[in-house]
Design a protein around this ligand. Sequence first.
Ligand code: PMT
Length: 213
Amino acid sequence: MHFLITAGPTREPLDPVRYLTNRSSGKMGYALAEAARDAGHEVTLISGPVFLPAPSGIVLVKVETAREMFEAVQKHIASADVAIFAAAVADYRPVVKAEQKIKKSAETLTLELERTEDILGSARGLFGFKGCLVGFAAETEKLVEHAQDKLVRKGCDLIIANDVSQPGIGFDSAENAITLCLPGGQTQTLPQQSKTALASELIQFITRLVSSS
Ligand code: PMT
């Protein structure tokens, strides 16, 4: 099968030297890409800026902003059987990117932000994706409730929910603990372990999901 996987943060520029971003390291998405490759699948990895080596045997598409990630996914998703959105895409970007470095002047500075493209939310409608659609949900409260809501709203086959309020898991950690949320309200918890071990379990789970559908 062909897996399309997104990973890492996006950077939304404010001026030539500053940007808005988040704590995603790309570790979860890269581990998934490597696990899918090791299971014999073709993989396209669309990655925001990370400090990880490019994995071998994988088509790597590097992007910086949410808009670039949206365009890369739009370009590559048609040939995918499975799409996994592990990237932490910025939900907002500055309305204006200053041409020159913003100078220090007033005591306070107000930034105006606008919504970025909803990549996961575009998969079924705008991109017409018919394959297995897997999203992540990074939540600090009501983990399963918010993940189930996302599953339905975005037309996903599976949402992988992370509690990102817990120390030692989630953003920028070597380990994670997740709850799999399926249509109909079914859930399954995978306890804390390395992102590499979790990724390999997840690829097996998703492969079984596709073959049973
Ligand atoms: O990179 P790591 O350091 O390993 O950390 C990544 C992680 C462990 C936290 C990862 O597993 C994770 O949860 N990634 C998604 C984080 C996130 O942005 O969640 P969200 O609840 O804000 O977004 C929900 C889903 O919509 C995600 O699949 C996201 O890729 C997608 N999304 C979000 C915003 C947007 N504009 N477009 C999107 O497609």
